[in-house]
Design a binder for this molecule. Structure first.
Ligand code: ATP
Length: 346
């Protein structure tokens, strides 16, 4: 665990997103337990965790859709407890909720017209070339992926400074997912701050600068993606005789060795020189040394819960709720909580 988790906010109070001891207690479940971290300007930050870890709860509090039990956060300088300041800040925030409750009877075009009138749409055409929802059709005819693409256009079309997304690629096909990854990297280059939740590890590795890992409501890691992978050791696959394999896998730092007919593979977290010396001492037929699979790195934090390497297309959104459409600019109301935290800013 990085030391940053203990003192995450020192000197970071002016960051576009600052989360401070944020806690949400649903009674029997503490969905967020004193979560603290800050996201820098122009950073792409991945908020990771298995199902039920509390990611959506944090995100909904950041948008004023859910009231914290204690603690607070600020988005673009606005304290989320200050409704007027938050409403003002949301003009410069893009939001993509996990459940897209667009009115099914209207066309995608009408949805975008509505949002455009409220918050602006300077990038609408450009985004529609990248994400391609069939905007002339009523939303009820949309697939999950098409809805997600409409949501992405909606979230970015007013050229926000901060974008908050809950599982943005759920339901997108691999080509669109890759398009999304590229788009997010370009957004970072333009200086946009991007915060999104995911449980798709490969996506996080491709686009994020830093990750926060949430487990059962607590932030258990806050780390640079490269450093996290580095600390995860190397993946080694070696083809050699049984005797050589036995000596190599006996080295300090060898984790989970797995034998196969021609040799063995393992994670190596020891001294690189010791490994190279041992390899050189034997007649090695072949060796591959590379990054560990990212799921191995994260498995430690997920505590044996299922981790997802690639999202299964169309697996999400079967539990579409009937809560109101949630977007940053239109005054979404949290229909499920009844805690009076809904905001209206249209
Ligand atoms: N309205 C609610 N009332 C009671 N418990 C709730 C409520 N909403 C969420 N929870 C619980 O809070 C915990 C965190 O849920 P949350 O939806 O924030 O997790 P998540 O990380 O976003 O999960 P997923 O990846 O499945 O969307 C879960 O145990 C969930 O069952």
């Amino acid at each position: 665990m990085s030391g940053e988790v203990d003192q995450p906010l020192a000197g970071q109070a002016d960051h576009p997103l600052v989360v401070e001891e944020l806690t949400k207690d649903y009674g029997s479940v503490v969905a967020n337990d004193a979560v603290s971290f800050a996201v820098k300007e122009g950073e792409v930050f991945g908020f990771l965790g298995p199902n039920g870890a509390g990611k959506s709860t944090t995100i909904r509090m950041l948008l004023g859709l859910l009231k914290p039990t204690s603690g607070t956060a600020s988005v673009l300088g606005a304290d989320i407890r200050d409704e007027a300041a938050l409403t003002e800040a949301k003009r410069r925030i893009g939001y993509l909720p996990a459940h897209l409750g667009f009115d099914g009877e209207v066309t995608g075009e009408a949805v975008l017209d509505y949002h455009g009138a409220v918050k602006g749409e300077s990038r609408r055409d450009e985004l529609l070339e990248l994400f391609t929802p069939p905007i002339e059709r009523p939303v009820r005819e949309y697939s999950t992926g098409n809805k997600r693409m409409l949501g992405l256009v909606q979230a970015f079309m007013h050229d926000p400074d901060l974008v908050i997304m809950d599982e943005p690629t759920a339901g997108l096909d691999p080509l669109k997912q890759e398009g999304f990854n590229e788009f997010v990297r370009d957004e970072r280059d333009r200086g946009t701050t991007v915060f999104f939740s995911s449980h798709v590890l490969s996506e996080v590795r491709r686009v994020c600068d830093r990750v926060g890992i949430l487990r059962a409501g607590s932030l258990v890691e806050l780390e640079n993606v490269e450093a996290l992978l580095h600390r995860g050791g190397k993946h080694v696959r070696v083809h050699a005789s049984d005797a050589a394999v036995a000596a190599i896998t006996d080295l300090d730092g060898v984790v989970d060795p797995e034998r196969f007919a021609e040799g063995a593979q393992f994670i190596y977290a020891g001294d690189a020189n010791a490994l190279l010396r041992e390899l050189a001492a034997h007649d090695v037929r072949d060796v591959e040394i590379g990054e560990p699979p990212i799921e191995d790195v994260f498995a430690h934090y997920y505590g044996g819960e299922e981790v997802v390497e690639e999202e299964t297309i169309g697996s999400e959104d079967e539990e579409e709720t009937d809560e109101g459409e949630e977007t940053a600019g239109d005054g979404a109301v949290d229909g499920s909580e009844g805690d009076g935290a809904g905001t209206t800013n249209a």
